[in-house]
Design a protein around this ligand. Sequence first.
Ligand SMILES: [Zn+2]
Length: 124
Amino acid sequence: MEETKFCKFCGEKIPSDAVICTKCGRQVENLGASGRESIVINNVANSAASAASSSTAQSGRGKKTVSKWVSFALCLTLGWLGAHKFYEGKSGLGILYALTMGLFGIGWFVDLFVILGKPDPYEV
Ligand SMILES: [Zn+2]
């Protein structure tokens, strides 16, 4: 059974999904409402996308270049305290290094060679 409704103008029985009455030809459903709805949905998606891209831009601004030799000197002398990690702006890792003596010396030792292999200055 096809679903039907009655035209509010002429009272004719018409399919429930009809927008124009099949008998009198008058518009029985508002086309504009559903059109506006989809535009709103698009705006939400656009603003979410632009918010995501702006947060990406913010993390992009957080990027900085540091001097290879300052970092190397810090790593060599105070690497077990994570000084070079703090210098690179990675304070979370710096605290971890300070608490674990540079990851039990291993992270400290590896970082010396990692920093040596980097360009001067390098991006963090
Ligand atoms: Zn009608």
